[in-house]
Design a protein around this ligand. Structure first.
Ligand code: GDP
Ligand code: GDP
Length: 437
């Protein structure tokens, strides 16, 4: 669980430039897993041997001019909820503006560590411009030029100094299985959280070693511990940022990073909408165990076919996460809520599955014999063997004569065969294609 640094500030102050500078080749940890999209608002970086997550809260679509102040306040809220350190960027060429003052006030009251970057100080003789920003009451303003890469070292030193101490490498597993509840506003995340916590004895405990506001809820059920993560964010629902699509996706992504299993909550009275798809897509990319929870079942008029019809619709609409179980619940009445714990445990086991190499290759050879890879001229594709190279999610290396020739659709075919042969319900399955002669 890496510390999160959120970059906040008005449009055009240079947040994205700074973000790109921080994640630039030298520091970026390249994530080359398949299925990972590049247009992410957060990245993992390493600075002086400390790994952290940088979030560009400004990487949201442009807002109309009269919405700018609102957008910046939304970023600030998000940063306050999610970040360990806030990197507040202001523009040294314009000096402090009203929006800067608003946001500074909000950030200051949050008690979060804040590092103030005065950007666009392109020349040493302009360094004195940063003094105007002492008035924001956020401590020392660091003069930087994101465009030219000057002052970044000192700035990042200050960020590192403000981070919570690195965890002592305590095994997280001991705490229990970690579940993130994510979804659009109003689908019933916090109601579900309360239903899950209320069922059994709930212990609310602050997370040690972090300044994050998140308060995880630990639930004990039949002697087993479950941690409902990121509940501070859920409890603070109704925040401005939730209404913006990308913010809620980003928030879901951040919550998922801290979980083993993700519940994507859907609203039975609404069905599956575009934003649900984006959130489910983020869960797929995050590579966590996944459960689709359709909530508010008590509000649906039903006959004996309604349940199956709902499951079918959800599967069709979210066919890119066909591996995820669908459960239909009511947070209000508690119907089937208890089952979610059992499903979560099952999914977590599958997520951590180790596939015996010999069995894996039996299944592979059978699959190839049944349907050989299509040959489109040239030397035929030959898949030599398979071996598992990672868990959480299970990751299988396929050794082939010509990686270029392994078509996506054939990989999908193999995935389906593996899923029939092994208990992989609820977990993504990744392939790494390796050349072999
Ligand atoms: P954001 O909206 O806060 O993400 O800002 P951007 O990173 O998109 O930058 C806004 C504009 O400021 C762009 O035209 C950048 O080229 C420019 N800019 C960013 N950093 C600097 C800098 O250090 N010096 C100068 N002079 N311009 C910069
Ligand atoms: P969140 O924004 O996703 O955390 O959603 P909330 O938990 O705040 O729920 C949004 C609204 O839906 C509230 O008015 C809840 O009382 C209501 N709600 C949540 N779950 C259920 C449910 O299972 N049945 C019914 N009838 N209402 C629900």
């Amino acid at each position: 669980m890496l510390p999160v640094v959120a970059i906040v500030g008005r449009p055009n102050v240079g947040k994205s430039t700074l973000f790109n500078r921080l994640v630039g080749e030298r520091w970026a940890i390249v994530d080359d897993r398949p299925g990972i999209t590049r247009d992410r608002l957060y990245r993992e970086i390493e600075w002086l041997n400390r790994r952290l997550v940088v979030v560009d809260t400004g990487g949201i679509e442009p807002y109309p001019a009269d919405e700018i102040g609102k957008n910046v306040r939304a970023q600030a809220e998000l940063a306050i909820d999610e970040a360990d350190v806030v990197l507040f960027v202001v523009d040294g060429q314009t000096g402090p503006l009203a929006d800067d003052v608003d946001v500074a006030e909000k950030l200051r009251r949050s008690g979060k560590p804040i590092v103030l970057a005065v950007n666009k100080i392109d020349h040493p003789k302009h360094l004195e411009r940063r003094y105007d920003f002492y008035a924001l009451g956020l401590g020392e303003p660091y003069g930087i030029s994101a465009a030219h890469g000057t002052g970044i070292g000192e700035l990042m030193d200050a960020v590192l100094a403000a981070l919570p101490p690195a965890p002592e490498g305590a095994p997280r597993e001991e705490e229990g299985l970690r579940i993130a509840i994510v979804g659009r506003p109003n689908v019933g995340k916090s109601s579900l959280l309360n239903a899950l916590a209320g069922e059994e004895r709930a212990i609310v405990s602050p997370v040690p070693g972090t300044t994050r506001d998140a308060v995880d809820t630990v639930v004990e059920r039949a002697g087993e511990r479950f941690v409902l993560v990121d509940t501070a964010g859920i409890r603070r629902r109704g925040r401005i940022y939730e209404r913006a699509e990308k913010y809620s996706v980003l928030r879901a992504e951040l919550a998922m990073r801290r979980a083993d299993v993700v519940f994507v909550v859907l609203d039975a009275t609404v069905g599956v909408v575009e934003q649900d798809k984006h959130i489910a897509g983020a869960a797929e990319r995050a590579g966590r165990g996944l459960l689709l929870v359709v909530n508010k079942w008590d509000l649906v008029d039903k006959d004996d076919k309604t349940y199956d019809r709902f499951v079918k619709t959800v599967r069709e609409e979210l066919d890119f996460v066909a591996y995820a179980p669908v459960e239909i619940v009511s947070a209000r009445t508690g119907q089937r809520v208890g089952r979610l714990f059992d499903l979560a445990r099952q999914v977590a086991e599958n997520h951590a599955l180790r596939l015996p190499t010999s069995r894996l290759n039996d299944v592979l050879q059978e699959a190839i014999a049944l349907t050989p890879p299509p040959s489109r001229g040239g030397a035929p594709l030959r898949i030599k063997y398979a071996t598992q190279v990672g868990t959480k999610p299970p990751t299988i290396a396929l050794f082939v004569n010509d990686p270029e020739r392994l078509h996506f659709s054939y990989a999908r075919y193999l995935e389906n065969r593996f899923r029939e042969a092994f208990p992989l319900t609820g977990t993504p399955l990744r392939f790494v294609i390796k050349p072999s002669d």
